[in-house]
Design a protein around this ligand. Structure first.
Ligand SMILES: NC(=O)C1=CN([C@@H]2O[C@H](COP(=O)(O)OP(=O)(O)OC[C@H]3O[C@@H](n4cnc5c(N)ncnc54)[C@H](O)[C@@H]3O)[C@@H](O)[C@H]2O)C=CC1
Ligand SMILES: O=C(O)C1=NCCCC1
Length: 337
């Protein structure tokens, strides 16, 4: 449904008037999260995000993406970010307006809307709810990084039990081969139990473990995904071996990466999505970046196999753009307009 149409229909008009407005032509459609979810299959998304990382890292103009602008809202509990990118290969411009309100109870803590523009003539093509895209493209970036950095993905550990925890479990199970066991630990025991139960029903062939502690969860895991909003470290250096583990560090206190103990970051080989993004948001612990994941994808840099690897995922607008392209193309060919 068109967003202007929707707003007018639901807020102002009588039922007869509503059907007249529904016929109004030319307004860009608004795709809500259930529409987006139905048009965003995992494997094409992971492939598209992986390619977007490589396109970005080439710095050849095929991706235009300024560092996102953001600000905190007084009294400091909220954050607003504006992130735009053009992707030549996806032939799209996308702008995501995103907020983080960690104290929200009845609303998602991360909320967003995406505006999709045509690079051919600048017209506004569509508006999309950004929550599903954010959940999925972030997990897709972790799967893409894991493809290039992990020796194995047989045992997966996920710290956290929220939106990103679920999307990471789904992304690995849908788009990564060889996952046999998924362990989950979350500070909120009840929410973690519910997530384990729900995933067990969704993927009956996979072994899910509700871990008693974060340390037990990560012991012996091949891939660790940290997906909490914790402002303090939840993953510690002494818990992990010298090498043979890959970590996707996704969460933290927005916008900084705060989930990993500094000693762990300092001894790991650190990778990121964007050096510029990392430089503006990494927080107080400064570590050298070995490579961007996109450089690994394109082969212009090689992974350091002698160390634990950490992918510091800050989130990039070009990931939203290629996800929005999949949704938009699916919508156009669905006949649902
Ligand atoms: N890198 C990226 O591109 C993106 C990163 N994020 C970040 O990922 C994190 C998770 O986001 P969502 O899953 O959407 O949020 P959510 O609110 O659905 O889940 C947050 C999880 O963190 C846990 N948590 C909160 N405080 C904690 C603490 N002090 N110690 C341990 N666990 C704690 C909660 O129990 C919950 O399991 C956030 O930090 C968010 O900013 C979100 C979207 C994109
Ligand atoms: O890239 C994103 O989208 C986000 N990144 C940091 C936290 C909020 C959402």
């Amino acid at each position: 449904m068109h967003i202007i149409t929707y707003l007018i229909k639901t807020l102002v008009l009588s039922s007869e008037q509503r059907s007249d407005v529904a016929e109004m032509a030319g307004a860009p459609p608004f795709l809500d999260d259930s529409a987006v979810e139905a048009l965003l299959p995992w494997r094409p998304l992971v492939d598209a995000v992986e390619r977007s990382l490589a396109d970005y890292s080439r710095r050849d103009g095929s991706v235009q993406q300024p560092v996102r602008s953001s600000f905190f809202l007084p009294p400091g509990s909220g954050w607003f970010g504006s992130m735009s990118a053009f992707s030549k290969s996806a032939d799209i411009i996308a702008t995501k307006l995103v907020t983080s309100f960690p104290e929200n109870v009845n609303l998602p803590k991360i909320q967003s809307t995406i505006l999709v523009h045509s690079p051919a003539d600048g017209s506004l093509l569509a508006l999309m709810s950004g929550e599903c895209i954010t959940a999925r493209r972030t997990a897709a970036a972790s799967v893409a990084a894991t493809r290039h950095l992990a020796a194995r993905s047989s045992v997966l550990a996920i710290l956290g039990s929220g939106v990103q925890a679920r999307s990471h479990a789904e992304a690995f199970l849908e788009a990564s081969d060889g996952v046999k066991e998924v362990r989950l630990w979350g500070r909120n025991r009840a929410a973690t139990g519910e997530l384990v139960e729900s995933l067990s029903q969704q993927y009956p062939a996979v072994r899910f473990v509700h871990s008693e502690s974060a340390q037990l969860c990560v012991a012996g895991a091949d891939v660790i995904n940290t997906t909490t909003a914790s402002p303090e470290p939840i993953l510690f250096d002494s818990w992990l071996p010298d090498k043979g583990v890959h970590i996707n560090a996704v969460g933290g206190k927005v916008p900084h990466k705060t989930e990993l103990e500094p000693a762990l970051l300092q001894r790991a080989a650190v990778y990121t999505d964007s050096r510029e993004g990392a430089a503006s948001e990494v927080g107080p612990v400064r570590v050298p970046v070995h490579a961007e994941v996109g450089e690994l994808v394109s082969g212009s840099a090689a992974a350091d196999k002698d160390k634990i690897s950490v992918f510091l995922s800050f989130g990039m607008a070009v990931e939203d753009a290629v996800a929005a392209r999949l949704v938009w193309s699916g919508y156009q060919s669905s006949g649902d307009h």
